[in-house]
Design a protein around this ligand. Structure first.
Ligand SMILES: [Zn+2]
Length: 343
């Protein structure tokens, strides 16, 4: 079968012919890949920058790809939840199911965690994973939209990290796909949503989807807007999805005293701040999240099934796997939302 492989350190990927993975363990599920979306992190592996070179979880050679939807082809003897023909998506934080963190329900923090796409992946015609890594696709979604559930899971996990009161002012910095999905989830939780960015295509996309305020930071100061909305208090909740020093500084400037900042940006560079002035004096909670738990899956499926989340507008390109180079180039553009590769 054809598969997109990172063979060795250095820029680029290779389209290779490799063996179809087979069921080896009783809990394995073999599926045909329908679509697999390109992730920003994979862009860094494609380029082979410092971020990728320093990623100790990456074991080369590996098939890349983890934002995947597919159809079950075959199941091992002990698989109970899936049968051939089922439409599935993958939770790419592959968990062991028996360590301390897993037994606490925090499968995303599994002590034996394998991140899918770091030593095996789904930019290929077929893949095999243990049953516990798979979720059934909501009937409502197409297989194309299904690839976006991984991103939606991050967005919902960032939102659900603390309870929200109706009318709370929540800011999302960065109008990429995960940022806008977080905006939709916050609206579903009853928040007044403010979104910011400085790239026009992303701002337009956010305005198309989000009912709240979308600020072009080149034209308007978000701090002034949010202070105006909150009687000078600042935002109750801020999600930082911009991954720059200025986005991080802005998050701290926007949040109210005792408010929460959740940072989910994929930072390519370190940021600096003085925790005493930035956090301590204002009793601010700085939080991060990784992936999603199975509790998040329940919530995101409910959000999809109750029509609170639109996923279709995020699919900007669908290309055959062979056109991967064009796909990865498209991901660099702020006009691109999600690029799906079809094996
Ligand atoms: Zn575990």
């Amino acid at each position: 079968m054809k598969a997109l492989v990172k063979e060795k350190p250095g820029p680029g990927l290779s389209l290779l012919d490799i063996d179809v993975p087979q069921i080896e363990r009783p809990d394995d599920v073999q599926f045909r890949v329908a679509y697999c979306a390109i992730c920003v992190g994979e862009m860094k592996v494609y380029d082979w920058n410092e971020w990728a070179a320093g990623d100790s979880t990456l074991q080369l050679p590996t098939v890349l790809g983890h934002e995947v939807s597919g159809v079950v082809m075959a199941v091992g003897s002990e698989v109970t939840r899936f049968q051939p023909g089922d439409r599935i998506v993958v939770d790419p934080l592959l968990h062991c199911g028996h360590c301390y963190m897993c037994r606490k329900g925090l499968t995303n923090m599994c002590l034996n965690r394998e991140i899918y796409g770091k030593r095996r992946g789904a930019f290929a015609e077929y893949a095999v994973l243990p049953e516990r890594a798979l979720a059934k696709m909501p009937d409502k979604l197409s297989l194309k939209e299904g690839t976006l559930l991984e991103n939606l899971g991050i967005a919902v996990h960032a939102v659900e990290i603390e309870p929200h009161d109706p009318g709370d002012v929540a800011v999302v910095i960065g109008c990429g796909p995960i940022g806008i999905m977080a905006g939709q989830a916050l609206e579903a939780y009853g928040c007044n949503v403010v979104m910011t960015d400085l790239a026009e295509p992303r701002i337009n996309k956010a305005r198309e989807i989000i009912g709240g305020v979308v600020i072009d930071v080149r034209e308007q100061d978000p701090v002034a807007v949010v202070k105006g909305m909150t009687d000078g208090r600042g935002a109750d909740f801020v999600i930082e999805a911009g991954a720059t020093q200025s986005a991080f500084d802005q998050a701290l400037a926007l949040v109210r005293n005792c408010g929460t900042v959740v940072t989910i940006g994929t930072f390519g560079q370190p940021v600096t701040f003085n925790p005493f002035f930035a956090l301590t004096r204002r009793q601010i909670r700085l939080q991060s999240i990784m992936g999603r738990t199975w509790e998040t899956w329940r919530r995101l499926v409910q959000l999809v099934e109750s029509d609170k989340i639109a996923l279709k507008p995020f699919i900007s390109h669908i290309l055959p796997l062979e056109d991967y180079e064009r796909g990865f180039e498209l991901v660099r553009s702020s006009e691109t939302m999600k690029v799906l590769l079809k094996p």
